[in-house]
Design a protein around this ligand. Structure first.
Ligand SMILES: [Zn+2]
Length: 362
């Protein structure tokens, strides 16, 4: 009898060790897959600038971003929809992400306006939804129009006509269970591109992009800047510009991934932190960031909801089941007081909250 027990214990001991070994490996295992989608490619050049094509800018930025994620996150698997100048059907892109069971889909594009001389500049980060403005619809129309390069696009996309506003009704009745996380990543990205890369803020927006429609994960489409604006086109083609932009998206990604790990109970590997602090442009920001909190609600509003009384861009964080909405961000106490004074006439109970690395601290 005793011997049997001993046998069982002797049998269990190696199992226990195997268990430990597996746990420690699990922490380093790739637990997160991100798909980086360089828009357009091959016969589809995307928008045309005066010295470059959208497809080339998107590919170059996509590769740089992927390299940076690989270099700083050993637990992240990076998958590209393309790494060369080749044509990929629009519906293939989400399929690649779905097949890989990815946790995040980032589509990279450049904005364009025909009236070259008056082209604006700035970044817009899109999540899926029905457009609330003509501008947003125009961007979605242009990006969706690439399906005409595909054979049988009418049957393939069930009669969707990218140029007809009526076609976009389908986006109104879509339930999107990834809206909240998509909006979260979009807000982090926009925030970093504005505050880190100092790009002109054209806000987080919603529109009906076919490429985002079929993805089974949080997904965003970033319009990195206007290729039809001379200065911005030059910036988008420079290695300085591309490095600054990708550093900012990487910073947003790192924050998003840290939140993801916390939610899923993964141990934040110290390896990432070391990589972050040894990088010259520190990836994890340890300084205190101030924001103006002006509203708490049980529901998630659209980024351009009238409930925000014109405040743009608005961010939020979750506290239990509540959404806490904030406006503005600064590491400077005086600057945030100025912003608070701007918000007070609209929301008299607004106050300042502190964040560190994207997490609210008391
Ligand atoms: Zn595009």
């Amino acid at each position: 009898m005793k011997r049997e027990k001993l046998n069982i214990i002797l049998f269990l001991i190696p199992l226990l060790f195997m268990g430990f070994v597996q746990v420690s490996f699990a922490q380093r295992k790739q637990t997160f897959t991100v798909v980086i989608d360089a828009g357009h490619g091959g016969k589809d050049p995307g928008a045309l600038g005066s010295i470059s094509k959208e497809k080339d800018v998107a590919l170059s930025v996509a590769k740089k971003l992927g390299e940076k994620i690989n270099a700083t996150h050993s637990d992240v698997k990076v998958i590209y929809t393309r790494t060369t100048d080749k044509f990929i059907a629009l519906d293939e892109r989400p399929k690649i992400a779905n097949k890989a069971n990815a946790q995040l889909f980032i589509s990279l594009h450049c904005n364009a306006l025909d009236r070259r001389k008056t082209s604006p500049q700035g970044v817009e980060t899109y999540i899926l939804g029905l457009h609330r403005s003509q501008d947003n619809l125009e961007v979605a129309k242009r990006e969706n129009s690439v399906i005409v390069y595909e054979d049988n696009y009418e049957t393939k996309y069930q009669g969707f006509n990218p140029k007809e506003p009526e076609s976009y009704i389908i986006f109104e009745f879509m339930s999107n269970k990834f809206l909240e996380q998509s909006l979260n990543f979009a807000s982090l990205t926009q925030h970093e591109l504005i505050n880190g890369a100092k790009r002109t803020n054209r806000n987080v927006r919603q529109a009906g992009f076919l490429v985002l429609r079929e993805t089974g994960m949080p997904s965003v489409l970033i319009e990195l800047g206007y290729i039809t604006n001379r200065d911005e086109e030059r910036y988008l083609n420079s290695s300085h510009g591309q490095n600054t932009i990708t550093n900012s998206i990487l910073k947003a990604f790192t924050k998003y991934k840290t939140e993801f790990d916390k939610r899923n109970g993964y141990v934040v590997s110290s390896e990432n932190n070391v990589a972050a602090t040894s990088d010259t442009e520190s990836i994890l920001d340890l300084s205190i960031e101030y924001k103006v909190q002006f509203m708490t609600a049980a529901k998630l509003f659209n980024p351009n909801s009238i409930s925000f009384k014109g405040l743009m861009p608005v961010e939020y964080y979750k506290d239990g089941n509540l959404y806490k909405y904030t406006y503005g961000s600064s590491t400077n106490e005086k600057e945030i007081l100025l912003l608070l004074n701007k918000v007070k006439p609209k929301f008299k109970d607004a106050f300042i909250v502190e964040f560190q690395n994207g997490i609210r601290i008391k």
